[in-house]
Design a protein around this ligand. Structure first.
Ligand SMILES: C[S@@+](CC[C@H](N)C(=O)[O-])C[C@H]1O[C@@H](n2cnc3c(N)ncnc32)[C@H](O)[C@@H]1O
Length: 404
């Protein structure tokens, strides 16, 4: 049989296995194409937003990249890869393995092996991941319209539910960096309290800790709603209070959270957290208007006017500069900082977390404090000049701008 016939047979078996629901995965190796450092591609079936897709893992020398494609497009793409770029491809189904190999002198061989033990199709592996916050029996999830009374998550609340769990996963690993248990948590700008309730649930019912949590929120209607839900859930150490972050009367705080508190409200929250000597500060900033306005003022003069003349680049620069200076100020006050994306931006573009973990005096990071502080002040000064910024709100709250 000719090469073309073998190739076609392989492609037919591939698409038939998917249609028949017996496809497990395909692996393609011995790459001969032009992409630098690409070694293999593995393809499996996944379910994204209840739609079956083909997920390609491009395995490079030092990293993996995953791309998902609709089934028809994915099959065509695999067909092209097998014909042109990879010298060996193995199709794994629940019953057999089919191997296509490009030999020397352009000859193609097609072999089949029966599998010894039956394997499940990949989609079956891809069932809903076990989540930390289990929805069954959770009054707050019902009242927030995330799940029904039987614990089924509503279709239109799947993203929110995933997001809540992801926050809790991140917070739980960050909390491990604290020296002891978390006793006092304040969630500033708590809104409808999705995370506040979930964190309470996690601390009290998964970790069996007895933390007091306060949700601080400007909107009275949300405060009333959340207090009502806290009561009906029996969460007696959870309170929602009305007020602004700037006016919040300081109490002891171990963990301060402010997710999507708008513009300078994030600075107010960091300020309160640092003053309270909070062990952990976790903020997801949004609407970086204050620094953007500063940068707009000097847009034509500063060193990066070739970038900031474009609205989108201005926006991104303002975000990075605002949060970068926030992180520097946290470091100035003895916090170790991390900045990372916490959720795919398919869900929300407001997806950067700025985290500060208070260091102890013996921490190597805190050693040589004065020299480090001088260095940070100099860095803030230079950055402001470079980006054409008169002041940064957090810097002003601490009066740091008067110290240069
Ligand atoms: C975008 S919502 C986010 C809610 C919640 N943190 C979340 O991530 O689901 C921001 C909330 O912060 C509140 N907020 C904004 N600025 C505030 C301030 N300065 N003081 C108190 N609440 C504030 C708003 O009323 C709103 O409910």
């Amino acid at each position: 049989m000719s090469n073309q016939v073998y190739l076609q047979q392989f492609k037919d078996q591939l698409s038939e296995s998917i249609t028949a629901g017996v496809f497990v995965k395909i692996s393609m190796g011995n790459y001969q194409g032009n992409e630098k450092e690409l070694k293999n591609i593995y393809v499996r079936l996944v379910e994204i937003k209840r739609t079956a897709m083909l997920s390609f893992t491009y395995r490079y020398k030092t990293r993996d990249i995953i791309k998902n494609f609709p089934i028809t497009e994915g099959i065509t793409l695999m067909g092209n890869f097998i014909s042109n770029d990879f010298r060996i491809a193995t199709l794994f189904t629940t019953e057999k393995e089919v191997i296509l190999e490009h030999g020397k002198k352009q000859l193609i061989a097609l072999r089949e092996k029966k599998v010894k033990t039956a394997v499940q199709p990949t989609l079956a592996h891809n069932k809903e991941k076990k989540r930390i916050i289990v929805p069954a029996g959770k009054t707050y999830l019902q009242e927030l319209r995330i799940s029904d009374a039987d614990g089924n998550v509503f279709k239109n609340a799947q993203d929110k539910y995933r997001q809540i769990n992801q926050y809790i996963e991140i917070l739980s690993s960050l909390m491990r960096e604290l020296p002891g248990e978390v006793n006092n948590v304040v969630d500033m700008g708590s809104g409808k309290g999705y995370l506040t309730f979930a964190l309470y649930d996690y601390l009290h019912h998964v970790l069996n800790q007895n933390a007091k949590i306060t949700g601080l929120e400007y909107r009275e209607d949300l405060v009333a709603l959340c207090n009502r839900i806290a009561e009906s859930s029996g969460f007696d150490k959870l309170d929602f209070v009305q007020g602004t972050i700037a006016d919040y009367a300081l109490e002891s705080i171990d963990l301060l959270i402010a997710l999507h508190a708008c513009d300078t409200a994030t600075d107010d929250a960091i300020y309160k957290g640092i003053l309270a000597n909070a062990g952990l500060i976790v903020v997801a900033p949004c609407c970086h208007k204050q620094i953007r306005r500063e940068m707009e003022k000097n847009k034509s003069k500063n060193e990066i006017s070739f970038l900031t003349k474009y609205g989108i680049f201005m926006e991104r620069q303002a975000e990075m500069v605002t949060d970068g200076i926030r992180a520097l100020i946290m470091e100035y006050f003895g916090y170790k900082t991390k900045v990372f994306e916490f959720i795919s931006d398919a869900h929300t573009p407001k997806n950067v977390l700025v985290v500060g973990v208070k260091t102890s005096g013996s921490d190597t990071f805190a050693k040589d404090g004065d020299a480090r502080k001088a260095e940070i002040k100099q860095k803030i000064l230079e950055s402001k000049a470079y980006f054409g910024i008169g002041y940064h709100h957090l810097e002003r709250l601490f009066g740091l701008d008067k110290l240069y």
